[in-house]
Design a protein around this ligand. Sequence first.
Ligand SMILES: [Cu+2]
Length: 122
Amino acid sequence: MYTIGSILIILVIGLYIAWIIYTKNQSGVVGKEEDGTQIFDVLVKGVYSPSVLEAKVGKPIRIRFKREESAECSRYVNFPDFKIRKELPEGEVVSIEFTPQRKGEFLFTCDMSMYQGRLIIV
Ligand SMILES: [Cu+2]
């Protein structure tokens, strides 16, 4: 027979597991390094995938966006913290390059912020 105590213990364990899964999903995809540049390939189709990118501070990054849809929504990608806004013509690979100079989490979005990605600089 289950007591309140055992139900609480099961609940706590369940929450703990959910928390582990959540924090695990928080870490981003690490770019592949070529000549000191951290390279990411992001597909733009309904969402940014992958949407969480993790890069090292002080090292150049290159994010190659490929937009495989005609939805106007995703036509531009913005990195407001880096003052970058770029058009992503359908079917073309568009590279965005810069060197993050400080650690932190930075959003990248479409013009109306329906598509959201995060760049984690560590
Ligand atoms: Cu949008």
